[in-house]
Design a protein around this ligand. Structure first.
Ligand code: FAD
Length: 390
């Protein structure tokens, strides 16, 4: 029999192909060597040391827009993309957010809805990480209900003029290009906005206690004049942004399990080393119960992610199933981190260990890309046929 692997107790690894394992291992190696030694410091300082350099390294690895075809993207499977997200988030949810926003929100929006010219102009640069993208949907007064957005785009001759504010936008302060969603006379439309356009600014949001190794900012649009060619040509309404969110949420289904694995691994090794009352704390039944329960939820979460990944690759993944996965896996990952935190005792609150960093990060992950309540209502509606949103 193959040996029992404490961090893969059910042997899920056997469900992965050699190619999938190779992708996972290459992302893990980059994270181990280039991010893990520094990320706690970035978190503490609230800034990634060299975000442009990091974006280029991630681009060279091929993870930016890795599940997209053409335009310099790697064209990998959804399962491979998911495995990469898990490894990135095992390092830090902020690093996974950088990759998710770049690939699944900004690049995917341009890839799916952009004109040929927009794709040619932006995707190859974004794939190698020389151009950073962001995705502006949320506003100061509008979060879960984006249909009520205030940001407006109005026609001026053949040009568009954008006015409004976006809030909580990952990467905005360092971005070269922003995909901005705005209300128009024809419904919500998307715009590809170079961030050096006059009237565009993106002040950074400070004082976050979560996702500190990630840049979050506002987007202020003050009479931003854009040519007609800046608009996505065809898509109208919330279908545009929601299709992108669905992509990013899929990555989170996997990613959250990375934060969980890292916390579980830290708790297990700590429990084996820490001695109280004359024996390792891993020898106490209460500690074992925690470790086993964490591992059960981790294992079920990874299996769910893999199952949804296979469905996505087969073209049968429904948005409600992504909601199910995001809801379960982020909620359980947070619970795993909280339990791991207790096993580390006082050390659990220190940045010397990854646990409280993951735990704080997951508070953002629980809220962004559709809050836990919104996904509950999506699944509730799918089950009962009754919408309970309003
Ligand atoms: P609200 O919508 O005001 O909700 C507040 C609370 O009320 C929540 O618990 C919510 O679930 C609950 N609630 C609302 N309506 C209902 C209802 N009908 N029934 C029951 N409960 C309800 N946005 C972007 O566009 N781009 C980004 O790159 C981005 N990055 C982010 C990065 C970080 C670190 C964070 C924290 C957020 C980011 N967001 C981004 C914003 C995020 O998507 C929103 O915060 C999220 O959609 C929730 O919106 P809100 O914060 O306005 O909360």
């Amino acid at each position: 029999l193959p040996p029992f692997e404490p961090l893969d107790p059910a042997g899920i690894d056997d469900l992965l192909s050699a190619d999938e394992k190779a992708v996972r291992d290459s992302v893990r190696q980059l994270c181990n060597e280039r991010i893990d030694p520094y990320v706690a410091d970035w978190f503490e300082r609230g800034a990634i040391e060299d975000v442009r350099g990091l974006a280029k390294e991630l681009g060279a690895l091929g993870v930016l827009g890795m599940h997209l075809e053409g335009y310099g993207c790697a064209g990998m499977s959804a399962t491979e993309y998911g495995l990469a997200c898990l490894e990135l988030e095992a390092t830090d949810s902020g690093i996974r957010s950088l990759v998710s926003v770049q690939g699944s929100l900004a690049m995917f929006a341009i890839w799916r809805w952009g004109s040929e010219q927009q794709k040619q102009e932006w995707l190859p640069r974004m794939a190698v990480g020389t151009a950073i993208g962001c995705f502006g949907l949320t506003e100061p007064d509008v979060g879960s209900d984006p249909g009520n957005m205030r940001t407006r785009a109005r026609r001026d001759g053949s040009d568009w003029i954008l006015d409004g504010r976006k809030m909580w936008i990952t990467n905005s302060s360092v971005a070269d290009v922003a995909v901005v969603w705005a209300q128009t006379d024809e419904g919500v439309r998307g715009f590809v906005v170079p961030t050096d356009t006059p009237g565009f600014s993106a002040p950074e949001i400070k004082h976050k206690l979560s996702l500190r190794a990630s840049v979050t900012g506002e987007i202020v649009l003050d009479g931003v004049r854009l040519p007609d060619s800046a608009a996505f040509p065809e898509v109208r309404g919330l279908k545009g942004p929601l299709s992108c969110l669905n992509e990013a949420r899929y990555g989170i289904v996997w990613g959250a399990m990375g934060a969980a694995r890292s916390s579980l691994a830290a708790a297990l090794s700590y429990a084996n080393e820490r001695t109280q009352f004359g024996k390792p704390i891993s020898g106490f039944q209460l500690t074992q119960q925690k470790l086993v329960d964490m591992n059960l939820e981790y294992t079920k979460g990874v299996l769910l992610a893999l199952h949804l990944g296979r469905r996505k690759d087969a073209g049968t993944l429904r948005p409600e199933q992504v909601s199910l996965g995001k809801l379960n896996n982020v909620r359980e990952a947070l619970e795993i981190c909280r339990t791991a935190r207790t096993i580390l005792g006082a050390n659990g609150i220190s940045l010397e260990y990854p646990v409280i960093r993951h735990m704080n990060n997951l508070e953002s992950v629980l809220t962004y890309e559709g809050t836990v309540e919104m996904h509950t209502l999506v699944v509730g509606q799918a089950m009962t046929g009754q919408a309970a949103f309003r």
